[in-house]
Design a protein around this ligand. Structure first.
Ligand code: C2O
Ligand code: CU
Length: 505
C-alpha cells in the first residue's frame, strides 16, 4: 500500500534508526569487502593557495591544496581516513563522502550522524566503499566546501569493463559568489556587505565563524537573510587576503587554477582517455567541452549509463560525469562554461606542438550537442528492477534571492533539531521522491547514502538538478538504514534551510 506522503511530524527521533545502531552495523557486514585498508590523512587548515597567474588566495584547504590530494582505492577496500582539524578560531568541521553509500555513522553530518570534530581534534572515518565510481569528499559544516575544502575520491572497479589508456580527474569550482551577475556588481555588494567584517587580517578570514552561527535566525527575516548572504560572500572574499580592489569576481577554477595560467594535461595522440569530471562549485553548473573532440559519456555520479556521443555535457553542482575522448594531435582547451554567467574556467590538453589557446577561448563544441542527465539511461546492470513504489514523498523547493529563504516543504531545516520533521522510509521499501521546484533557480538535489534513479529508466544518480518551475521524480531502494540528508548542493541554499532528513523507521 502507498504510505502517506506528508512528512510525519509525529515521529519522535527515538522511533528512527540510530546512526550507529545494529541495523547500520548489519548492513555494513553484508558489504563485500576486500579486507584491505586504505589509509589517508586529511588535514584541514588555513592555506595560501596559488591559483596561477600570480593570484594567491588565503583560504582553507586540505594539506595546503585545493583540490586536496586525490584519494583512490579499489571497490571493497576499507577507507580509513583521519581528519585532522587545524582550522582556526575553534572552527568545527567534518568529512562527508559525497555520493558513497556507506555506513550511516561515517557519513560526516553533524549533529545528525556524529558530533562535530572540534578545532585541534582528530577523527577517523572508517568504512567499506563497495561501489566503484567518481566521488568527492568535503566538510558538512557551514559552507566550508566553498572555501576550498574538497578532494576527489575515486573508487576503482577491479573488473573495469571500460577500456582506456589514461585517466584524468578534472575538478571544477566557482570561487567567489557570482549569484548577482557581473563581477562589478558582486564587488560592489561585497564592499557594502563587508562592514564590520575582518577582510583578511592574520586570522586568515572574515566570516569563518559562520559555521557556528544561528542559521535559523539568519533565515527568519529578510534582513537576516541578506546578512547571511553577505556572510557567505565574506567567506569567499576572505580568499583575497587583502586589497579587494584587485579582484575580478568570480573565478572559475579547473583543478584550482585560473584560465590565464591553466593546469596542463599531457597525452599522446590517439590515446583514449577517461575524464572524470567533478563539479565542486557551490553555485555554478558547467557546460564542459574539449575543443576539437567529441566525448562519449559513460557514467554519471559513479554509475554507468548507456553510452552517448556528445559535444558537451552539463555538470550541475555536486554532479560527476565520466567521459571518454580519443585524443587528437595538438593543444586543446578543456573549457568549463559557467551556465548563464558568461564566464569560463579552463585546463589545457597538450598532445603535440602548437600554441596554447587564449584564456577566453570558447570552443564551438560548447554550442554543439549537449547532454543533460534526463537524456541518459541507466546501464542494464545498474538499472533498478521495476516494482511498485511503497512510499512517496513530495519534496517542494521554494524560496528566492530577494528573501533569501530557501526551504524544503515550506520549512527551513533546523540543525538544532534535525529529526523534527523527517521524511520517513522503511528498510526494503521502494521510495519515490517527487521534487517540485517553484523557484526561478536551479537546485541540485543531493541524497546521501543512496543512488536514486531518475524516473523511467533514467540514470542512477545521487545529485540531480531540478530546473526552475519543473518537477523531477526519482526512485530508490531503501537499503541503507540510517538518517540521511536530502538537500540542495548549492551550499548557501542548504545552509539557510533547503535540506530535509530522510530517516529510516
Ligand atoms: Cu556533497 Cu550533503 O553533500
Ligand atoms: Cu538550491
Amino acid at each position: 500500500a502507498l504510505a502517506a506522503c506528508t512528512s510525519d511530524s509525529g515521529t519522535t527521533p527515538a522511533a528512527l534508526v540510530d546512526p550507529s545502531g545494529p541495523a547500520v552495523a548489519a548492513v555494513e557486514k553484508q558489504r563485500k569487502g576486500t579486507g584491505r585498508t586504505h589509509q589517508v590523512t586529511l588535514t584541514a587548515a588555513p592555506a595560501v593557495l596559488d591559483l596561477g597567474a600570480g593570484i594567491t588566495a588565503k583560504s582553507w584547504a586540505f594539506s595546503g591544496r585545493a583540490p586536496g590530494r586525490e584519494i583512490r582505492l579499489a571497490a571493497g577496500d576499507t577507507l580509513a581516513a583521519e581528519l585532522s582539524n587545524q582550522l582556526p578560531d575553534r572552527t568545527a568541521t567534518s568529512l562527508h563522502w559525497h555520493g558513497i553509500a556507506l555506513r550511516n555513522d561515517m557519513d560526516g553530518v553533524p549533529p545528525v550522524t556524529q558530533r562535530t570534530v572540534r578545532a585541534g581534534a582528530n577523527f577517523t572515518y572508517r568504512f567499506i566503499a563497495d561501489a566503484p565510481g567518481t566521488y568527492f569528499v568535503h566538510p558538512h559544516v557551514g559552507v566550508q566546501l566553498d572555501r576550498g575544502l574538497y578532494a576527489p575520491l575515486i573508487v576503482e572497479d577491479p573488473r573495469e569493463p571500460l577500456s582506456y589508456d589514461d585517466e584524468w580527474v578534472v575538478v571544477l569550482d566557482d570561487w567567489v559568489d557570482g549569484v548577482t551577475g557581473t563581477p562589478d556588481e558582486v564587488l560592489a555588494e561585497l564592499r557594502q556587505g563587508m562592514g564590520g567584517m575582518d577582510m583578511g587580517g592574520d586570522s586568515g578570514s572574515g566570516g569563518h565563524d559562520m559555521s557556528g552561527m544561528d542559521m535559523g535566525e539568519a533565515s527568519a527575516s529578510p534582513s537576516g537573510g541578506m546578512s547571511m548572504r553577505f556572510m557567505l560572500m565574506g567567506a569567499e572574499s576572505a580568499l583575497l587576503g587583502g586589497d579587494a580592489g584587485d579582484v575580478k569576481y568570480p573565478y572559475h577554477l579547473v583543478n584550482g587554477r585560473v584560465p590565464a595560467d591553466p593546469d596542463v594535461y599531457r597525452g599522446r595522440p590517439g590515446r583514449r582517455v577517461r575524464l572524470r569530471l567533478i563539479n565542486a562549485g557551490g553555485d555554478t553548473a558547467y557546460r564542459v567541452a574539449l575543443g576539437g573532440h567529441r566525448m562519449t559519456v559513460t557514467h554519471t555520479d559513479g554509475f554507468p549509463v548507456e553510452h552517448q556521443q556528445v559535444d558537451t555535457v552539463l555538470v550541475g553542482m555536486g554532479e560527476r560525469y565520466d567521459v571518454l575522448v580519443a585524443l587528437g594531435d595538438g593543444v586543446f582547451p578543456l573549457v568549463a562554461l559557467a551556465e548563464g554567467k558568461d564566464a569560463t574556467g579552463m585546463a589545457l590538453v597538450r598532445t603535440g606542438s602548437g600554441t596554447a589557446p587564449k584564456a577566453t577561448v570558447r570552443p564551438k563544441e560548447l554550442d554543439g550537442r549537449m547532454l543533460t542527465a534526463s537524456e541518459l539511461r541507466a546501464a542494464d546492470d545498474v538499472r533498478l528492477a521495476s516494482r511498485t513504489v511503497d512510499q512517496v514523498h513530495r519534496v517542494e523547493l521554494s524560496g528566492g534571492m530577494a528573501t533569501y529563504d530557501w526551504t524544503v516543504n515550506g520549512r527551513a531545516f533546523d540543525m538544532d533539531d534535525p529529526a523534527a520533521h523527517p521524511l520517513t522510509v522503511e528498510e526494503g521499501q521502494r521510495v519515490r521522491l517527487d521534487f517540485v521546484n517553484s523557484t526561478q533557480m536551479w537546485h541540485p538535489m543531493h541524497l546521501h547514502g543512496h543512488t536514486y534513479q531518475l524516473a523511467g529508466g533514467g540514470p542512477r544518480k545521487d545529485t540531480a538538478v531540478v530546473l526552475p518551475k519543473k518537477k523531477l521524480s526519482v526512485v530508490f531502494d531503501a537499503d541503507n538504514p540510517g538518517r540521511w540528508m536530502l538537500h540542495c548542493h548549492n551550499a548557501y541554499h542548504a545552509e539557510v534551510g533547503m535540506m530535509a532528513l530522510v530517516a529510516y523507521r
